[in-house]
Write a protein that binds this ligand. Structure first.
Ligand code: COI
Length: 358
């Protein structure tokens, strides 16, 4: 294992890559990891010793606060390879800002920008052979922070670990999904942590999502916790509704994640001259629109799936099917294509979202 130090980040390289053992045509999302990982510890009041090392297990005290109080936040990003083997990130500073926003909400110390960018670019350079060219192929990047201090007193930890893992992925395409509109469970509440990527937000979705799956649906559309009247998110994604030719999505508030794909879709729609309404939308309005034929599409937006179209939704045990819109007329197809063309460096980048990893 050789060891070198960049400006801030020290690097311990693997001796033998495991890349040849991986079947890149048969990847399960988030199961396979690259050769290296980035790690940095918060000790004695500062983030120190940012290191890239061979991917492997970490050792923690069973009393580490992350296990007891869920003091953990994460991000999801992707790196893409273009036809000339250049590596690109999509709006990486947005993820950096959001992980710190998430950290602040969970009383975790913010991570320094130079460590983040240097760590990310260095590990991507080391493991760039794991990024495969071609439609849908990318490297899913998982930065996260956990409270590592040992002790079960219910107070913020004094020690943390920030890590970045890289996982080669293929297109997340699962076809269209059928969803249930939540009538009793909630994803987030006023004043809670719904607007940030707290790990517990996702754990809390598993049980209601399992119940939806038992009824033959794939995901839940989350409604507001007070009245279950307003449509807020879909599964782990933000959600968009197309009524006639207007795109509607819920406004950001402390229950809704400030999704990077969400805001990119809004910008692209505005650029295309599509009418966008960022406003609250009720279940009643959705059902009315479905009944009178003006509801054309529902789709989720997120890093993993990019855009995920919905084929049907259920409410009060009644199923409402979305109309079959021709692919060439679908907003979901339009935005997915536009986003991926920018991400894979196949088109102009009017908003300067692409960032080349050099
Ligand atoms: C995303 O698509 O943005 C996500 O957060 C998905 C992740 C939970 C796998």
């Amino acid at each position: 294992m050789s060891s070198i130090t960049h400006k801030n980040v020290s690097v311990e390289k693997i001796t033998t890559s495991k890349i040849d053992q991986v079947d890149f045509s048969n990847l399960v999302f988030g199961k396979q990891f690259t050769d290296h990982m980035f790690e940095c510890d918060y000790i004695d009041g500062s983030w120190q010793n940012p290191t890239i090392k061979p991917f492997g297990n970490i050792t923690l005290s069973p009393a580490a606060k992350v296990f007891h109080y869920g003091q953990a936040v994460f991000e999801g990003m992707k790196a893409y390879k273009d036809d000339d083997n250049k590596v690109w990130l999509f709006r990486p500073l947005e993820n950096f800002k959001r992980i710190n926003k998430s950290s602040v909400r969970l009383a975790i110390p913010e991570f320094p920008e130079d460590f983040f960018l240097e760590g990310l670019e260095t590990i991507l350079n080391l493991d760039k052979d794991w990024i495969k060219k071609g439609e849908g192929n990318s490297l899913y990047i998982r930065p996260f922070v956990i409270a590592t201090e040992s002790g079960v007193a219910a107070a913020p930890a004094l020690e943390y670990k920030f890590m970045i893992l890289l996982s080669p992925v293929q297109a997340y395409y699962k076809g269209e999904v059928k969803v249930v509109i939540a009538q009793s469970f909630s994803r987030a509440a006023d004043g809670g942590v719904g607007a940030v990527k707290a790990a517990g937000n996702y754990a809390a979705q598993f049980y209601p999502t399992n119940l939806a799956k038992e009824q033959g649906f794939e995901q839940v559309i989350w409604t507001d916790a007070n009245e279950h009247k307003y449509l807020e998110e879909a599964g782990t994604m933000n959600v968009f509704f197309r009524i006639n030719d207007t795109l509607i999505t819920a406004p950001n508030n402390d229950r809704i994640l400030d999704g990077i794909t969400r805001k990119s879709v809004i910008s692209l729609a505005e650029l295309k001259g599509i009418s966008v309404e960022v406003r609250r939308i009720t279940v009643t309005e959705l059902i009315e629109a479905s009944k009178n034929g003006s509801l054309k599409e529902i789709f989720g937006s997120g890093t993993a799936a990019v855009i995920s179209p919905v084929s049907a939704f259920s409410y009060d045990q009644k199923v409402y099917n979305l109309p079959k819109v021709d692919d060439s007329n679908r907003f979901s197809t339009l935005f997915k294509t536009k986003l991926m063309d920018i991400q894979y460096n196949r088109s102009e980048d009017p908003f300067h979202w692409r960032h080349e990893v050099k």
